[in-house]
Ligand binder design. Structure first.
Ligand code: SIN
Length: 312
């Protein structure tokens, strides 16, 4: 039998799969469906300090090779997810991750302070990479601001936590971001990658952008971003020190891409577009497919092949 168990930030997951923040996780009813699924964990929708309606619709559209979205952080406001985390049954085998995406450092400080005060066993993933809030550039592309934010937030979080990063496309940027991450002791993982920001999908017949916000500009996800995601996972796996981990996201539509993420160095794998399209039953399929691949290749655990991609 192939063993899909893993651990992130010192917390055990029965298997490596969970949702990418933003998909199937805004409301308790969706989180309940994730709990009832074969996912190994679950993460809540990125919370802002106040409730947000998000951007006007249409704001998510599937494409032949993935998806485009400009959701604009619709969420119930941070207290909703704090209460969810307070009431969560931590005897459940699935650990809980909570995503925070303050619109300012001050908002992130206020939210993190309240989580620290509640002293819950959930794990925080702070989102530095939403490309869809008009007028708010992605923090992950401003190295100085990101380092400053981490230096302020990490001592407040105290416990191991993670950040969600945008995709990077230059070796100098992998080096620079990894150097920042390596300076922060309790920054235990990076989640790579958020959507590839500000793509544009146009309908050939109507000659019109397919989503409404931001003149049609939105984050790309799904199969078309697999290779960018694998490169980011591997780049950070190679550079991070002190046991820091990488969670892979991007382009997983079957067990095969999940296998590639682990081979690139992922310790867990989140699912975005495919979960949105197929629903939580996807977790049973992707688990089975990965188990079959591991059996066929003679791997018993994820450690047997994690990060072991060969180069020519
Ligand atoms: C969104 O709500 O716009 C997506 C969240 C994200 O990409 O971080």
């Amino acid at each position: 039998m192939a063993d899909l168990s893993t651990s992130i930030a010192g917390v055990a997951l029965p298997n490596l799969f969970f949702n990418a923040s933003g998909v199937w996780c805004q409301h308790e009813s969706e989180l309940k469906e994730l709990l009832d699924s074969e996912s190994g964990s679950l993460i809540t929708k990125s919370a802002t300090f106040e409730h947000r309606e998000g951007n006007p619709s249409p704001r998510y559209v599937p494409l032949p090779t993935g998806s485009i979205n400009s959701m604009g952080l619709p969420n119930e406001g941070f207290e909703y997810y704090l209460n969810y985390a307070k009431n969560y049954d931590y005897t459940n085998k699935k650990p809980l991750f909570v995503s925070l995406s303050g619109l300012s450092l001050q908002d992130n400080v206020k939210m993190v302070e309240q989580f620290a005060a509640a002293d819950l066993p959930c794990v925080l993933e702070i989102n530095f990479s939403c490309p869809n809030v008009p007028g708010k550039p992605q923090l992950g592309y401003d190295m100085e601001a990101m380092e400053n934010a981490l230096k302020v937030l990490a001592p407040i979080v105290k416990k191991p936590f993670g950040i969600k990063l945008p995709p990077y496309f230059d070796i100098a940027h992998f080096d620079a971001v990894a150097a920042i991450v390596n300076k922060i002791d309790n920054l235990a993982f990076v989640t790579c990658v958020n959507s590839v920001g500000n793509g544009l999908a146009i309908d050939f017949e109507t000659e019109t952008a397919v989503i409404k916000p931001k003149d049609g500009f939105g984050g790309l996800g799904g199969a078309m971003i697999l290779n960018t995601a694998l490169a980011n996972v591997n780049a950070f796996h190679r550079r991070l020190t002190g046991g820091k981990q990488v969670i892979g996201v991007g382009g997983v539509t079957s067990g095969k891409e999940a296998f590639l993420h682990v081979l690139a160095g992922a310790s867990a794998v989140q699912i975005g577009t495919q979960l949105k399209e197929e629903g939580p039953s996807f977790f049973a399929r992707v688990k089975k497919e990965l188990e079959e691949i591991m059996q066929a290749k003679g791997y018993k655990s994820l450690d047997d092949f994690r990060g072991k991609v060969k180069t020519l």
